[in-house]
Design a protein around this ligand. Structure first.
Ligand code: AMP
Length: 409
């Protein structure tokens, strides 16, 4: 028997219901905030991710699902959604339009060759939004508010962590200070962090290794080293959150795994799903459009992990819906098919092909969670009628077949 690949999942039955519920709900909220749907290819040139996610990131270093295609191109299954959306934004010259304000939401599969565990898969789904052209920190706040609305509607409890990682003018100065601080402690850092110290020192701050955590305990804090513009934006974000009643913690070690972020960084975490508790993360990436050869355009976005949300929600039991249609006598089958065709134009019908007794049909109708059980037997066939039971209020009636067909049309 051929099995599915390790750390990949079939989304089916209850998990399919949850997946659709989350995607539909999040899409509706995103539309209310002015985002429009975008669906970009799952595979892109590997160079797109090397340039955008960054050569020093774990994603590009260790986790890419890349291969050479028949045309000898280096192709990669997307590890995240932002790069493709930005590629589209630049390729379609939206960066050149005036005003260049565009908001997109997407959902779909992502691929990372990770060490799998509960909540961490090699194929997983994200829902995300990207907002282009808005430099105001109000947009960062709106996005955080939107995510909190989605989680409230899904009945998911979360802790929100925020930080500012500075900009071109203050981040390099801070990085130098951090490297100076960490350099003497280098030998106590894990191997990954020794590499990060050279390539991306701020990533040392969010290393989960306990020895690295000890070393950074007294490290300089980025929020004490922000330039005037970053500092005032961060203070405004804090004020907006305070006024809105969305609870948060400032976590100065929150730096995000990707190289193109600046200023606001945030993460939503759940305490209820074990060690892989991050359920959404995002922030500002004002440099990325330019990195990908576009005209400099401020941008902010986020992605949430759908599988992790699926672990956190209970779907309300669906109410009874549609018709169950069955024949008591094989001769009645053609009438059943006539009715089902008509019903299915506008609503749901379950059709039983085999003739059964009434008890069998009622049991089936219940199993399908149908609202009505409608059957035709010999007697109904002769009289041109159909027997219909409402399984919610238990009322039942024998109706003229043609009237029935008219009423459902
Ligand atoms: P990132 O793109 O790394 O910022 O991740 C955004 C969100 O995607 C995280 O907060 C997680 O909820 C989810 N996520 C990231 N990696 C995985 C994975 N390997 N398996 C399942 N969910 C993931």
């Amino acid at each position: 028997m051929i099995q599915k690949l390790k750390y990949m999942n079939d989304i089916v039955d209850d998990s399919a219901t949850k997946y659709n519920y989350i995607v539909n709900l999040a899409s509706e909220v995103a539309k209310n905030y002015g985002f429009k749907y975008i669906n970009t290819p799952i595979i892109e040139m590997t160079s797109l991710f090397k340039r955008s996610v960054g050569e020093s990131s774990d994603i590009v270093n260790k986790e890419m699902y890349n291969f050479t295609d028949k045309g000898d191109r280096d192709i990669c299954m997307r590890p995240e959604g932002t790069a493709g959306v930005v590629r589209h934004f630049v390729e379609s010259k939206k960066d050149r339009q005036q005003p260049s304000k565009f908001k997109y939401f997407y959902f779909g599969k992502m691929y990372r060759y990770e060490r799998g565990q509960k909540g961490r898969y090699r194929e997983f789904n994200q829902f995300g939004c990207e907002s282009f052209g808005e430099p105001s920190v109000l947009e960062d706040f709106m996005i955080i508010e939107m995510i909190s609305t989605i989680f409230d509607k899904l009945n998911i409890k979360y802790a929100l962590e925020i930080n500012s990682i500075g900009c071109d003018s203050c981040m390099p100065v801070y990085k130098d200070n951090l490297v100076k601080f960490l350099e003497p402690k280098k030998d106590a850092l894990c191997q990954d962090c020794q590499r990060r110290l050279l390539q991306n020192p701020m990533r040392v701050l969010d290393c989960k290794n306990s020895s690295c955590q000890e070393q950074i305990a007294n490290a300089p804090k980025i929020t004490n080293n922000l330039c005037e513009s970053c500092d005032s934006d961060f203070k405004q974000l804090v004020e907006l959150l305070d006024n809105s009643g969305i609870e948060y913690n400032i976590n100065t070690n929150l730096v995000r795994g990707l190289d193109y972020y600046n200023k606001t960084a945030f993460e939503f975490v759940s305490k209820e799903i074990g060690s892989q508790g991050a359920i959404a993360g995002g922030g500002r990436y004002d440099k990325l459009v330019e990195f990908l050869d576009g005209k400099s355009t401020p941008a902010v976005g986020f992605a949430m992990g759908i599988e992790r949300l699926m672990m956190l929600i209970d779907i309300p039991k669906e109410s009874r819906d549609g018709y169950y249609l069955g024949a008591l006598d094989a001769n009645a089958l053609s009438k059943i098919l006539e009715a089902s065709k008509k019903i299915r134009i506008n609503s749901k019908a379950y059709v039983e092909y085999g003739a059964k007794n009434l008890k069998g049909h009622l049991k089936n109708a219940d199993r399908f969670n149908a609202k009505y059980c409608a059957v035709i037997g010999e007697e109904e066939l002769q009289n041109g009628t159909i027997w219909v039971k409402n399984l919610e209020d238990k009322s039942q009636d024998v109706i003229d077949f043609n009237e029935f067909i008219k009423s459902i049309g």
